[in-house]
Ligand binder design. Structure first.
Ligand code: ADP
Length: 731
């Protein structure tokens, strides 16, 4: 019998739910299963005649870029009653559905697990009353439940991130950027309320990604007298020259007595303490709306694919949550995740130990601490022996570089060190273009694109090495942090190899990955790549929309040097028909096969097709050649247009993901440099984001880890996702 899966979105809507729906439907259909869409959450089960419909690949076409959920979502009171749940079981079993995929928050997932637990009892009761045949118990002995975390608050334990949280952060951070510019013009104070009834994730990450100065979150109820403390700290910031003050309040913020702290109360406190007007902005539903970010689309596609595969595996009496851990889809028992979530919520109320925060994951607790250090006023008397740490960029500018400089500067200053900024890359180092960086000097850099310190591509050689060594010695530089891309790694590698001749290079040196290409060894992500990806996805969405009525194939060329990350991930996020990368060689035979397939699909009614092409996918089959070939061969079926996105991919303000990652990496870099200085080691390495967290690699391993000819890592994790694009293609 055909396997039948019920699929619903429930609870609050979250951007990315559509991508999850598309992914579940397409993956299941490729395996011959049927997916029934349940409309408006559990409400669809209460009115099954109109509330349940069969979905196929075509019905989920063109929804990747849409916010909200095509299936609709709602709260459904009947589910809280036994009779309502029996009605839900009947609706499912009468349609032969005994596997259920639910995208939602802890309430929706609990509801699904309750249905699973009660499944047999309800069936038996309906058999006993004669409204179902006895055979249903044998045909559908159990209900398998697969949950997907869909909530913008990121308040579910058991997954690092939930569907919709990244997009919500995009909305919040762009609103905060806008508020900052007006606040700075008028020297004003703003209180901004963000979502998060039980969880401060959005507030903490938005705070870290911007220059907000004070946070009130459910997990850290402030002690009595917090009003005075807040007033004091903010006045200090003003005295030091801060023109804009922003206090972020999560909607669930409470004090230690469990009393809610409203944004209007904070406004009142600020007006009294600072003696100036304070404005309140409640971001509200703006945070839920709009097109999903590239990250949310790909997260949802990956999780949806895994969920469908789990649903098709064994038909067993279990409920699991498919989540993301360390950048990989994983499963955990659903009720374990719900239980942990409840514990985290419960420990918020009166807890001063930040247990609620830690239960949600160490990285959130670390981000909160980092925020408190770098977004406050300059520290008064930092302890410790001051060391001189220099920062330099190298390679193309990557959005988020400024955040990395800002955070490493402030974190180092907070530990009592001195920070030097080298202007214009290694060339600037050789010229001696060095200046001291101070706390307020990097104010306002959090959301700035480009590279304020300046960057260049050159790798020091010959006499430059000598000059660079002299400059380091003259300025008493004791440690060096390079924030940049491939040429930066090559540059530091050069200094490392020249250590025998130049003692000035025998200092701890680290590279922090910052390149839109995401082509650096030892790191699954580099700062800037997420921003570039979002720029590409936005452009591709527009390009696609420009041709709805025409039969048109777009060849979109994207950057990446010889690394196909941007092409591949943007292909996944935009639903591209084909993706051409240097990593999977283009041949004439493959191109002709693809052309045949495209021609066939246009003949069947396709109106637009997207092909993402990496800028160096093939030395001969360039985008121009591909265009000529597609035009010539596809003439009867479609037009061809070529779009070379160019430098818009390098520009723009960094996304929240790039900003917070830059901040986390910067802190880790300074900590490692400090540790090396304390231990007297001359560590020379590079940092990276790995599934287990941030890791430092030694330059000993560098040559082994890179594919030098193609300027990319030997192992690229995202190539393993190949199967996902295959599963996502419409049949
Ligand atoms: P979220 O899924 O975002 O946490 P809710 O808590 O509002 O949102 O739950 C959404 C829907 O899930 C509810 O309207 C109800 O139909 C169902 N639901 C929630 N909790 C339960 C429960 N304990 N038992 C059965 N159904 C539930």
């Amino acid at each position: 019998m055909t396997c039948r899966i019920g699929l619903m979105t429930s609870g609050g809507d979250a951007p990315g739910m559509n991508a999850a729906v598309r992914s579940v439907v397409r993956t299941a259909q490729h395996s011959g299963a049927q997916v029934f869409g349940i409309l408006d959450g559990y409400r669809g089960l209460m009115n099954p005649e109109t509330g349940i419909r069969l979905l196929d690949c075509a019905t989920v076409s063109g929804i990747l870029s849409r916010g909200g959920t095509m299936l609709g979502t709602a709260r459904c009171r009947e589910m809280l009653e036994v009779a309502g749940r029996q009605q839900a079981v009947r609706a499912l079993v009468e349609r032969g559905i005994d596997r259920l995929v639910v995208v939602g928050g802890d309430g929706s997932l609990t509801g699904a697990d309750t249905l699973r637990q009660e499944w047999r009892n309800h069936l038996q009761a309906m058999i006993d009353e004669g409204t179902l045949p006895p055979s249903v118990l044998e045909e559908h002995p159990v209900l398998s439940v697969i949950g997907l975390p869909g909530t913008i608050d990121n308040d579910l334990c058991g997954t690092d991130i939930t569907i919709g949280a990244d997009t919500a952060l995009h909305r919040i951070v762009s609103a905060l950027d806008a508020i900052f510019s007006t606040a700075a013009s008028h020297q004003r104070t703003f209180v901004v309320e963000v979502m998060g009834r039980h969880c401060g994730y959005l507030a903490v990450m938005a705070g870290l990604a911007t220059g907000a100065e004070w946070l009130l979150i459910p997990e850290d109820p402030p002690p009595d007298g917090w009003e005075e403390q807040m007033g004091m700290v903010l006045s200090k910031g003003r005295a030091k020259g801060k023109r804009a003050t922003i206090v972020l309040v999560a909607e669930g913020a409470r004090d230690r007595q469990g009393r809610p702290i409203s944004s209007h109360y904070v406004q009142q406190v600020l007006e009294e303490r600072l003696g100036e007007d304070a404005r309140v902005t409640i971001l509200g539903h703006v945070q839920r709306g709009g097109s999903p970010s590239a990250y949310d689309r790909n997260l949802s596609s990956l999780l949806g694919q895994r969920a469908a595969r789990e649903a098709l595996r064994e038909h067993i009496d279990s409920s699991i949550l498919v989540g993301m851990r360390g950048n990989r889809p994983t499963t955990i028992p659903l009720m374990e995740a719900v239980e942990l979530t409840r514990q985290a919520q419960a420990s918020c109320t009166h807890d001063a130990e930040l247990k609620g925060l830690t239960l949600r994951g160490q990285s959130l607790a670390d981000a909160y601490h980092l925020f408190q250090v770098v977004n406050g006023p300059p520290p008064a008397n930092p302890a410790g022996k001051p060391r001189r740490i220099a920062l330099v960029h190298s390679g193309a500018p990557a959005p988020g570089m400024n955040m990395a400089v800002r955070t490493s500067t402030r974190w180092a200053l907070a530990q009592g060190h001195e920070v030097l900024g080298i202007r214009g890359g290694f060339a600037g180092l050789a010229r001696g273009d060095v200046e001291e960086l101070d706390w307020m000097g990097v104010s306002g850099w959090a959301g700035l694109g480009g590279a304020e310190l300046g960057t260049s591509h050159g790798i020091p050689s010959g006499p430059e090495l000598y000059s660079a060594a002299r400059v380091l010695e003259d300025h008493g530089v004791e440690a060096l942090l390079m924030i940049g891309g491939w040429s930066g790694y090559e540059g530091v590698h050069r200094l490392y190899r020249e250590r025998t001749d130049y003692p000035a290079f025998r200092i701890p040196m680290l590279c922090l990955p910052a390149s839109i290409d995401n082509n650096l060894p030892g790191s699954e992500f580099s700062v800037g790549a997420d921003t570039a990806l979002n720029s590409i996805v936005e452009a591709a969405d527009r390009i696609k929309r420009s041709a709805v009525a025409n039969r048109r194939c777009f060849l979109v060329e994207v950057m990446g040097d010889m690394c196909g990350y941007l092409a591949y991930m943007s292909g996944l996020a935009t639903g591209a028909e084909k993706v051409y990368l240097h990593e999977s060689p283009l041949t004439a035979a493959r191109l002709l096969e693809d052309l045949q397939e495209l021609k066939g699909s246009f003949e069947k009614g396709r109106s637009v097709a997207l092909v993402m092409v990496n800028e160096k996918a093939h030395p001969l089959y360039t985008t121009g050649v591909l265009r000529a070939l597609f035009e010539e061969e596809g003439r009867a079926q479609f037009d061809v247009r070529q779009a070379i996105l160019g430098h818009l991919q390098q520009g723009g303000d960094p996304t929240p993901f790039d900003r917070t990652m830059a901040a986390r990496l910067a802190r880790a870099a300074i900590e490692h440099l400090q540790e090396s200085l304390e231990q007297g080691s001359d560590l020379c390495g590079f940092l990276g984001i790995q599934p287990q967290g941030i890791k430092v690699w030694d330059f000993h391993d560098y040559t082994r880890m890179i594919d030098e000819n193609h300027r990319r890592p030997r192992n690229q994790w995202w190539l393993d996702l190949n199967v996902v694009v295959g599963d996502m293609a419409a049949t």
